[in-house]
Design a protein around this ligand. Structure first.
Ligand code: SF4
Ligand code: SF4
Length: 376
């Protein structure tokens, strides 16, 4: 049975986070059981976009710093890495590291920031969607991978944490290509399971001190949960986090897929260590919209889709015409007209990458209220 460690931590005060992280590694058998001297240790963080830590969209630097210090103490060489949303370039990485506080972590600890924007194809013959995947170089070349995720709700998968973190292992716009090619939630969820199982992080810690609820992963509301959750099995860590947040893990398609594939033995009964495991008084608010997979003939689907499916809506007042959404849109459904973004709904595949990426929050998601009510 997979074991999950829970440690309460009520703020990002560096001493408190360091103590909580020390406790977690101790419970896991000591950092020496995970990292050997001289090993290259990839710290895969969630840097979805250029956002300050207070937005609660990205892994908090206090957690990354505490883990980097432990790795260095064990003689390892930590490398901070992720492929954020949008094009995977050095310029973007530099801006993301600065804004999310990772540059400060590197300066204070000596951890390396990854600027290699290449990828390596990794074979995964047991994959349910593909038999190989491109993976960012620092992950492919690491001796040890530690996943440092953020506890958030997600418009497409309902929840995101230790498992979906590894969607960011795929370099740059290949992620958008996958969204275009794999539009069904069931298949996309299998792809998430493929990636997490193929990458096999040696350890996962989820930052749930301040998570995000509502329209995550980028436009939701910061939500205090006051916990760090950790373990060797990322599927078990996510299942425990869901239960804590008042979300049924068996309702999360990628967790159900992992259970069916035997990658986690139970979604509700894992061995728990650390502080007492008590669900939050108030569950996390879920995203305000749901994608619906319906089996209708293509013509009916096209006609009804407009009414049943959620759709992106761009506020002309807020849009500043940066074009970020148009560059990332896998369906080529966004164009810029007179300095404002416009969506062609006939081409749009409802992946909501535009909603995830738009920094000024010009993109909202609209769904017809009777459908929203029905889906509750
Ligand atoms: S919608 Fe957002 S990302 Fe797209 S052009 Fe406008 S401001 Fe930029
Ligand atoms: S318009 Fe937005 S939701 Fe539609 S396909 Fe493009 S990025 Fe995805």
């Amino acid at each position: 049975m997979s074991s999950v460690i829970l440690k309460r931590c009520d703020s990002y005060n560096p001493q408190k986070v360091e103590a909580a992280v020390g406790f977690i590694f101790e419970q896991a058998g000591g950092i020496g059981s995970l990292v050997n001297p001289g090993q290259k240790v990839a710290l895969k963080v969630n840097l979805i976009a250029r956002k300050k830590p207070d937005f609660a969209a990205t892994t908090h630097p206090a957690l990354v710093e505490a883990v980097a210090r432990e790795v260095i103490r064990a003689g390892g060489r930590p490398v901070i890495c992720d492929s954020p949303g949008g094009p995977y370039s050095k310029v973007l990485l530099k801006a993301v590291y600065r804004e999310t506080g990772m540059s400060g972590v590197a300066e204070r600890t000596g951890a390396e920031l990854n600027f290699d924007t290449g990828g390596v194809t990794v074979k995964y013959p047991e994959g349910k969607v593909y038999s190989s995947y491109p993976v960012i170089t620092p992950l492919a070349g690491a001796d040890v991978i530690i996943g440092l995720s953020k506890m958030k709700t997600h418009g497409m998968t309902t929840f995101t944490g230790a498992v979906k973190l590894f969607y960011g292992a795929v370099p740059g716009l290949t992620k958008a290509e996958y969204h275009f090619n794999i539009q069904k939630l069931e298949s996309f969820s299998q792809l998430l399971v493929d990636l997490a199982d193929m990458i096999k992080p040696k350890f996962s810690i989820m930052d749930g001190i301040w998570g995000m609820e509502g329209d995550g992963p980028l436009s939701g509301t910061p939500r205090f949960a006051g916990v760090l959750l950790a373990g060797r099995n990322p599927f078990a860590v996510d299942a425990a986090a869901c239960r804590l947040a008042g979300i049924k893990p068996e309702g999360i398609v990628y967790l159900k897929a992992a259970l069916d594939r035997g990658l986690v033995s139970d979604l509700n009964a894992m061995q728990l260590a650390g502080d007492p495991y008590l669900p939050l008084d108030q569950p996390f608010k879920l995203p305000g919209y749901r994608n619906i997979d319906f089996n209708l003939p293509p013509v009916a689907k096209k006609l009804l889709g407009r009414w049943l499916q959620p759709r992106p809506v761009i506020s002309g007042k807020v849009c500043r015409g940066c074009g970020e959404c148009a560059r990332a849109c896998p369906a080529g459904a966004i164009s810029l007209k007179e300095g404002k973004a416009l969506v062609d709904l006939d081409r749009c595949i409802r992946c909501f990458c535009c909603h995830e990426l738009c920094l000024p929050r010009a993109v909202s998601v609209y769904q017809w209220w009777p459908v929203k009510k029905l889906m509750r």
